[in-house]
Design a protein around this ligand. Structure first.
Ligand code: S3P
Length: 183
């Protein structure tokens, strides 16, 4: 990352597991035509295994290394604008938070713990929630991560009661203002 170059103009979606990043990312992709980078999908494709398998065989730290490496790769101001949908734990590393901010306009999609629990229930694809008490785990991880989402985001959107089309419209308007007024 070179802070003296023109900042990149991507739209970056952050937020807890199940907050709707992938769905809203697809909406933005359809509406703007920018390529969509779903970081979890790219990591899985490159590793040739699922995130659950990466966690099981290599551990969480190895997965976080893959996230950081991909973020560094995406930090190319010369690249075309993209919609970047991140994994929920991307903000845990300070290095990642700095990289994310430099990628463009960062939107935190927020949802209450009860909504997250309902959306992630019965989904075994998230190793961190594959525990005896996922509700407690969600509360614990949310408490730990919320300050990091806050620190990383230009915009926080409460997703409660809004569909992905409405969320995408809000993001489009706010990002246009952000990019037009950025120094
Ligand atoms: C994780 C969130 C997941 C995925 C991995 C770890 C996390 O992505 O990156 O299971 O630490 O919160 P989603 O937020 O897309 O579920």
């Amino acid at each position: 990352m070179n802070p003296t170059t023109t900042p990149a103009a991507n739209i970056v979606l952050i937020g807890f597991m199940g907050c709707g990043k992938s769905t809203v990312g697809r909406q933005l992709h359809q509406r703007l035509g920018y390529p969509l980078v779903d970081m979890d999908q790219v990591i899985e494709q490159r590793a040739g295994k699922s995130i659950t398998e990466i966690f099981a065989s290599d551990g969480e730290a190895a997965f976080r290394d893959l996230e950081t490496a991909l973020l560094k790769e995406l930090n190319d101001p010369a690249a075309a604008r993209r919609i970047i949908s991140t994994g929920g734990g991307i903000v845990v590393r300070a290095e990642n938070r700095a990289l994310i901010k430099h990628l463009g306009y960062v939107v935190w999609l927020h949802a209450p713990a009860a909504v997250i629990l309902a959306r992630t229930h019965n989904n075994r694809a998230r190793p961190l929630l594959d525990t005896a008490d996922p509700a407690a785990r969600i509360h614990e991880l949310m408490a730990e991560r919320e300050p990091f989402y806050q620190e990383s985001a230009h915009l926080k959107l409460d997703t409660s009661g809004l569909c992905s089309t409405e969320l995408a419209t809000g993001i489009l308007e706010c990002s246009r203002y952000f990019f037009n007024n950025r120094a």
